[in-house]
Ligand binder design. Structure first.
Ligand code: PLP
Length: 388
């Protein structure tokens, strides 16, 4: 049985009629940049996320870059980021000639470990970028407490987490000073190319973000600040306007798939409950956990990725590949080991949790259209591997 990691065609063909109409509508209007589609999307997303300003931009990476520019991050300023994330989280800091300072992650949620933040704070630290990795909120209460104490700004990297909620029910991305999202095709809400969003509740920042999206000109051709071309185009916005009403349904399906995985792993005697246990001491397999350790309040994980930890990860990946099951490693190299950051002189020993995550995590298929039979086949194949 074939189980791809992601198959976007299934979603497209389900909504083909509305999507094709939306594309045609833009073609026939011949209006491509910052028009009605972007306006409509921004107003729908403002309502969906519950924030004051929602500004469509050219990608998730540009959302992060623009956020740091709006916060006036200067050369030499330090910004704390988890060492385990997609490259953009750290890359944008360096692009402003600021310094990304890496912190370790929590072993269960894979998100920034609040206990590891403060030791990296110096007089030059200006901001923290918590990433809501795989679709689950970072520990925002603890991060906000630290940020307040040291007067740091918080830019949330919610690229993988649009629609996810923190334990108080607030949507991630709307908790810090600026929130960033990506509409890259493989995210839960994906467009037909590149796209992103920045959000904030702050009037001054909202205004700055909007002006800096178009080179910083206001009125046009008069520049008090320097921005860039960070625009979302009408075609992408039109696609997103069609898809947005389905986002929560898709996320629910991903959550159900995660539940089914847990159920199937329990049925074969390899798990006790969600995120609770290693299958066995020999193989050390850990399921994702959608509940914070020290809290009985649930956060709303939207499973952009479903990650398990397995000691024999590379052998398992090879085995699943032979069985036509798609998997991926997110991410094989932490920032502190990247060649481009060698000048930062990081110490391996400072990041024990990330160091093990890069060698024992593996992403399993979790997209909404998967069938129960496919999910069972994945679990059965993993079981075969572990017991052989
Ligand atoms: C995808 C992603 C980004 C970048 O988004 P793009 O739209 O691809 O530029 C940034 N951070 C994280 C955590 C991501 O997963």
């Amino acid at each position: 049985m074939k189980v791809p990691l992601l198959d976007l065609k299934l979603q497209y063909f389900t909504h083909k009629k509305e999507l094709d109409e939306a594309l045609l509508r833009v073609a026939e209007s011949q209006y491509f940049i910052l028009g009605k589609e972007v306006e409509k999307l921004e107003s729908s997303l403002k309502e969906y996320l519950g924030c004051k300003y929602a500004i469509g931009v050219s990608s998730g990476t540009d959302a992060l870059l623009l956020a740091l520019m709006a916060l006036n991050i200067q050369p030499g300023d330090e910004v704390i980021v988890p060492t385990f994330s997609f490259f953009a989280t750290a890359g944008v800091v360096s692009r402003l000639n600021a310094v990304p300072v890496f912190a370790d992650i929590d072993p269960v949620t894979f998100n920034l470990d609040p206990k590891d933040i403060e030791k990296h704070i110096t007089p030059k630290t200006k901001a923290i970028i918590p990433v809501h990795l795989y679709g689950q909120s970072a520990a925002m209460d603890e991060i906000i407490t630290i940020a307040k104490k040291h007067q740091l700004k918080i830019v949330e990297d919610g690229a993988q987490a649009i629609g996810a909620q923190y334990k108080n029910g607030k949507k991630v991305g709307t908790i810090g000073d600026i929130g960033c999202y990506s509409f890259f095709p493989s995210k839960n809400l994906g467009c037909f190319g590149d796209g992103g969003l920045v959000v904030t509740d702050d009037d001054k920042l909202g205004e700055r973000l909007r002006i800096m999206r178009v080179h910083g000109g206001k009125p046009k051709y008069y520049h008090k600040v320097i921005g860039g071309n960070f625009r979302l185009d009408e075609i992408q916005a039109a696609v997103l306007n069609v898809k947005l009403p389905f986002l929560d349904g898709w996320s629910e399906k991903r959550r159900q798939n995660a539940k089914l995985y847990t159920q199937f792993f329990m049925n074969v005697g390899l798990a006790e409950e969600e995120g609770k246990l290693f299958f066995d001491e020999k193989n050390k397999v850990l399921l994702p956990k959608a509940v914070y350790k020290n809290s009985d309040v649930k956060n709303y994980h939207i499973y952009n990725q479903y990650i398990i930890r397995v000691e024999k990860r590379d052998a398992l990946r090879k085995y699943l590949g032979e069985k036509e099951i798609g998997t991926e490693i997110y991410y094989p190299v932490p920032f502190h080991r990247q060649e481009c950051f060698a000048n930062l002189h990081c110490h391996e020993a400072d990041f024990p949790v990330s160091n093990s995550a890069v060698s024992d995590t593996i992403a399993l298929p979790i997209f909404p259209e998967l069938t129960e039979a496919q999910l069972k086949y994945v679990v059965d194949s993993i079981t075969e591997f572990l017991k052989s």
